[in-house]
Design a protein around this ligand. Structure first.
Ligand code: E4P
Length: 233
């Protein structure tokens, strides 16, 4: 029997770049969850609207399915009301991350809710200075929006890199959650930079496996296997 002469214990720990799914569609989450690719879920009011579901009901269903953080976003804009909504959302399950917009009121609410021990995801981040404020306010996650910056001809990946540098300079523990991901290249570039988490629509996560040379190579192997009559079981 083969035994590894130098077993590396770190390998058994499976270093993990986290994949969150950016959707409120339960079936899509379930499909990826069964493959072990769902470390968390992000939602926002637009995704809830698209699902056609009640926010409290669908969020509870997602939390019952997924062990990792599930972001649910407040709709109030004033700090006290955000805190009330955040507390209500956090009651749904222990894995709720209250999602707050990057405004002064959002940061105030972030301070209060994180001091209560709740996970907070500060969203709609478009600058490194905003990300610095969110980290100082104790956010668990910061969500820089890559695609929406690219949409206006700015460089979304440059923002991810800048936040990585700033957080590493000072040892901030706030996790960089690369959001508004529109393409497989966004995922790869986020991984190369060292974003802690990506959140992407299910379609983008599914596209990560695709490569024409894989399909072509498999086709050739299967043809040869059939010609040679290779059978394994
Ligand atoms: C996730 O937290 C964001 O709400 C989401 O990624 C936004 O993506 P969009 O810019 O494609 O709407």
């Amino acid at each position: 029997m083969y035994t590894d002469p130098d077993p590396n214990p770190t390998l058994t720990e499976r270093p993990n770049m986290k994949f969150f799914v950016d959707t409120a569609e339960i079936d899509a989450i379930r499909e990826l969850h069964e493959l072990g690719f769902v470390d968390g879920v992000t939602t926002n009011p637009s995704l809830i609207k698209k699902s056609g579901r009640d926010i409290l009901e669908v969020t509870k269903e997602i939390c019952d399915l997924v062990e990792g953080p599930v972001s649910a976003e407040v709709v109030a804009t004033e700090a006290d009301a955000m805190i009330t909504e955040g507390r209500r959302l956090a009651e749904i399950a222990s894995n709720i991350a209250v999602k707050l917009p990057l405004t002064w009121d959002g940061l105030k609410a972030c301070n209060v809710l994180t001091n209560e021990g709740k996970m907070v995801n500060v969203t709609l981040c478009f600058s490194a200075n905003q990300a610095l404020l969110a980290a100082k306010a104790g956010a668990s996650f910061i969500s820089p929006f890559i695609g929406r910056l690219d949409d206006i001809s700015l460089d979304g990946m440059e923002l991810i890199q800048d936040i990585r540098t700033i957080y590493d300079n000072f040892g901030y523990k706030t996790e960089i959650l690369a959001a508004s991901i529109r393409s497989v290249n966004h995922v790869q570039d986020s991984a190369l930079i060292g974003a802690d988490v990506i959140t992407a629509p299910p379609e983008v996560i599914k596209k990560l496996v695709a490569h024409p040379l894989t399909d072509k190579g498999l086709d050739a192997f299967l043809k040869d296997a059939a010609t040679a009559g290779i059978k394994i079981v």
